[in-house]
Design a protein. Sequence first.
Lengths: 379, 418
Amino acid sequence: MIYFDNSATTRPYANVLQSFQEVSQRYYGNPSSIHRFGFEAEKLLRKAHEQAASILNVEASEVVFTSGGTEGNNMAIKGIALAHQNKGKHIITTTIEHPSVLEACKSLEEIGFDVTYLPVDKTGIVNVDELEAALRDDTILVSVMHVNNEVGSIQPIEKIAKLIKHRKKTFFHVDHVQGFGKVPLTLIDSGIDLCTISGHKIHGLKGTGLLYIRNSVHLFSLFDGGAQQNNYRSGTENVAGIVSLVKAMRIINEKQKNNKNYLNELNKLMRKSLNDLPHIHFNTIENQAPHILNFSIPGYKPEVIIHALGERDIFISTKSACSSKKPDESAVLRAMDMSTEIAKSGLRVSFSYENTHEEVELFCRSLRKVTKQLSLVMG
Amino acid sequence: MSFFTKGNKTTKFSNGVETMLYDHILIRYGELSLKGKNRKKFIFQLHENVRTKLKQYPAVKIHNARDRMTIMLNGQAPDPILDACQSIFGIQSLSLAIKVENDENKIKEAALAALTDHKAGTTFKITTRRADKSFPIGSQEFNHVVGSHLLRNTEEYTVDVHHPDVEIHIDIRTQATYITSKRIKGAAGLPVGSAGKTALLLSGGIDSPVAGYLMMRRGVRLEVIHFHSPPFTSEAAKQKVIDLAKQLTYYGNQIKVHVVPFATLQQKIHKNIPHGYSMTVMRRMMLKISEKIAERENILSITTGESLGQVASQTMQSMHAINDVTNYPVLRPLVSMDKEEIIRIAKEIKTYDISIRPHEDCCTVFVPKAPKTKPKLDKVKYFESLINMEDDIQNMMNNIETIMLTEDSEANDFEALF
């Protein structure tokens, strides 16, 4: 099997599963219980906070564990909006965000918030000057993803952060779900107030993730209850999931450090090998996120290619599921001003550190065969 | 860098400076320079402390000289090293430095690089120190020579000798010239270990860790004594003390923690001593036991986090009555401090968040409703004479649990899970 859909989800590392199992069996106490067994779980939880903080180079109190990217994004966006609405009701985001950002913003529009959706250029990158021009006195939140999940374009987070850093009323949230472990991002002193990370995109388990909340940033909490996690998120902590998440973060961080160029090599190799495929159009420009390559082969229904490859045990994807109103075209590619033909035929390959050069070569050969066969039928 | 190091976050010193330009860190000794005879010992201790602190960076090398220490980075990024060194007592200031030969052109080149990399402003000043008198140009003249060179090769900069944004120091020594453009304040004080050991009574509250920190700043190594009263105090309360001591290792590398099982004696006191006096007697026994531990461990003083007038046990009369049990110096570095001041330091050294964890300590379990704020020594002695506590004390001494903590030791066995 060749698994090239790592931006959808990843295979959990064996060590991650092992940690999960061990914690579930040995430290199942409730961290809030005052007996010794509960205290053990609390100790472990505290350790997890410290470890996660040390990986992100932030303070332990700035880490809130969540159930994943969707929760992190909702918690950040709605949390800021509801807590700071007396200072303003304007939010800025982009048209290529993940649905958990876009839909959270739409929900807020329904209750009276004003949202600016900034366009992106042909390369899928938002324009910083346009963002600056969109800032208003009542802008309380800017939310921009670091790496786009469909085309892998890297947004100019540092520049945007600089713009916002000195604005007292405006918070900056970054959806770092696709970027973590592949494209470095500095949190401390950067001007970023909130940052979402998800576990299952980095070989952790589904249902795990974290939100970085810069110290002293106040959020309206979406979950009320037993005041766990500094009252940001009530609910008995998923200690096993949390520990396994931190393990996954540590492993992927090490891989990133030790194999700096590896994903890039795979990406370049594939780009080069597919370059002469008839009609191919690369939607990802060069030097973007190393683990994503998006391309279109107009004239072929992408679902058919996906299924044909699937028969050969090769797994890639089309656009991210459910992100478009028009069911058969990619909203992200549309936002990049691609033609309907291109937007309808986008295919996404996404790598992990576990993939190999051989797999890339085999994939390219298979794709050639598949398109050739299909062209007899469809072309 | 290992992922399992301290949770203390790295601060950015570089201010946008391209720090790879720098290949050295200069460390200037603090009060060390004044200590005449003991100076060798102090420098040796400081060297040891720096070496231990930087153990996890095998590439860096440390060199001592008479009035400064040099850390050669050998490719290691300077920020984490600067960070780590800022917690070491005995360092007055640190600077990132470029080392060049004693050659006019090379010095000019390096000064220019230091200036343009330092994005702090548009005015500068050159200060040359010429320890190597064989260098052909005098300090004053050389300031001028280098200054002109910088002006010729930049556009936005001007000279301001009174309030410069950037001050570039050129230090011409016999072997080499060091160029630095920024001075970072060190932790000052004296190197931990150069002034002996003290036994710190650590309860888990906000004050005692601060007292320990201040003693370390005067070069004293800590051994911690904690009174543990299970089941009246929980495992969590003990862990809190261990975590506090662990946090203090950031400044003192290694700290021994002695956990004294106190419950039996505490109950005896509670049962037999009139409640107004039980607090005083309890404190006296704690001090007595601490003295015994100090004697056993060759420690010459006892340190507490007491501050005058804070609570009943910390009035002048109370201190007098409690102190009576020992001839050892009882050091109280917080004695004159306000609570706000203590809290500010506790937050700075990151013990505050640990201290405010909601776990009871041994002093709060049997709190009498109305402790005497002005206990009389003769009465205290009379009440104590009615019960035998010597056997209990001996028993406690035999059952002390001792834990050795170092900065990189794991306080628990969870490591494999992460």
